[in-house]
Ligand binder design. Structure first.
Ligand SMILES: *Cc1c(COP(=O)(O)O)cnc(C)c1O
Length: 427
């Protein structure tokens, strides 16, 4: 298909109706695919044919979403997963094995931190967490001979740090390892990590990609530029014969889509973390309007950040699009179209004032989520992080008064009025 601009691809990539066929991507809800001779089925098992066989390994609606997301990120292939957690898990398992090591930014999503620090550790894969804002010489010290990947988020959730791609891609190149970037909070409309030196992009499509809080899902997109042969000793799984496929060598046979082919052939096959057709269909629909939503989310978030910054009952505001923010220059460089819809702020008066503020809100909803078209708020100290002592909360960057806001697509005036009345009532 011809290449169009981003907004057009959001609406047209991944599916085109043939004459007389449904104009909108259909949901193909089934488990298996019929064949008329054994030879065709044998080809599927030998990876000689990319046709569908069994829906754990791929199905038409999910495949359309994978194609669309790969196009939007500027990658060569995509693999949809049951959740964002599964996308990061199978990406790391596709690269690392027991005895290997990952270097990761510490300013990442809590679920990913747990995945690396607890579950992968139990499997013998160790992670060193680094301060992504530290000088390059500092971060370089974290790399070891068995390091196999560098991980970060383009826009960290919930710390809202913007990644210095130049520094991180330099580090990954020096070490000869892929740079894996979770692009959930920015979305490909605001940032395309593959254009800034990332090799693999992951997503929780649950957030902005779906955008309507209907479907949990994940995605892995391959850039297609990483030379696995150059570092063959580090990545045997990509270059050496796979015993479970009669000695097939993934990189040799599939080139710039080898990473995703291996994800499908080994990870979806063995772990079964497949996205359902229904979720793929809803996410596909969500992406149609991604540019419109991200523009509005970013605009509303910027205006709300400005309003809060000037409010006498507000102590501080973190939004990377705000002049004076620690990451403002990086946001201008890597998020030129907007700094996305998430901000955090502190109400004067600590934890009690924060809780009180939330209860006063009428339009904004208290939910454990970001990326919805509805304005969503959360007070981590009294909810997601309530088991921790105040001291441990502060160590984890969660100040007692911190409120996280995912600013929705409602009229800005209504959002501001809601926050204004809720702040007014705080004693
Ligand atoms: C939510 C989130 C995840 C996990 O995604 P799920 O779809 O909830 O499994 C991973 N990374 C980031 C940045 C997220 O915000």
């Amino acid at each position: 298909m011809k290449d169009y601009r981003f907004e057009t691809e959001c609406i047209h990539a991944g599916y085109k109706a043939e004459s007389g066929q449904p104009q909108v991507l259909p949901i193909v809800q089934n488990t298996t695919y019929r064949y008329y001779n054994g030879e065709d089925v044998a080809k599927l098992f030998d990876l000689e044919s990319a046709d569908f066989m069994y829906s754990r390994l791929g199905s038409p609606t999910v495949s359309a979403l994978e194609e669309k997301m790969a196009k939007l990120e500027g990658g060569t292939a995509g693999i949809a997963t049951s959740a964002g957690q599964a996308a990061n898990l199978i990406t790391m398992l596709n690269i690392c094995q027991c005895g290997d090591h990952i270097v990761s930014s510490s300013a990442i999503y809590g679920g990913t931190h747990n995945l690396f620090n607890v579950t992968l550790k139990k499997m013998g894969i160790e992670t060193t967490f680094v301060d992504q804002d530290a000088p390059i010489e500092e971060i370089r010290k974290a790399f070891k001979p068995n390091t196999k990947a560098l991980f970060a988020e383009s826009l960290g959730n919930p710390a809202l740090c913007v990644l210095d791609f130049e520094k991180f891609s330099t580090l990954a190149k020096e070490a000869g390892v892929p740079l894996v970037v979770d692009n959930t909070l920015a979305s490909p409309y605001l940032c395309r990590p593959l254009e800034h030196g990332a090799d693999i992009v992951t997503h929780s499509t649950t957030k902005w990609a779906d955008g309507h809080a209907t479907s949990v899902g994940g995605m892995v997109v391959e850039g297609g530029n990483f030379d696995w042969n150059k570092y063959a000793d580090k990545f045997p799984g990509m270059v050496e014969p796979d015993e479970s496929y009669h000695g097939l060598k993934f990189y040799e046979k599939f080139g710039n889509t080898a990473f995703c082919t291996k994800l499908r052939a080994q990870m979806l096959r063995d772990l079964g973390c497949t996205m359902s057709p229904m979720n793929a269909w809803l996410t596909f629909q969500g992406l149609d309007t991604l540019p419109l939503r991200m523009e509005r989310h970013s605009e509303n978030a910027y205006k709300l950040a400005k309003f809060l910054e000037n409010h006498p009952k507000v102590d501080w505001v973190i939004y990377p699009g705000l002049e004076g923010n620690k990451h403002y220059e990086l946001a201008k460089k890597y998020l030129p179209k907007g700094a996305s819809g998430v901000l955090s702020f502190g109400v004067k008066g600590g934890r009690k004032a924060g809780e009180e503020f939330l209860e006063n809100l009428e339009l904004a909803s208290i939910v454990v989520h970001v990326g919805d078209i509805r304005t969503s708020v959360l007070h981590p100290a009294s909810t997601t992080h309530r088991q921790l002592s105040e001291e441990d909360q502060i160590k984890g960057g969660i100040r007692p008064e911190l409120i996280r806001v995912s600013v929705g697509c409602e009229s800005y005036e209504d959002i501001e009025a809601d926050f204004a009345q809720a702040l007014e009532k705080v004693k």
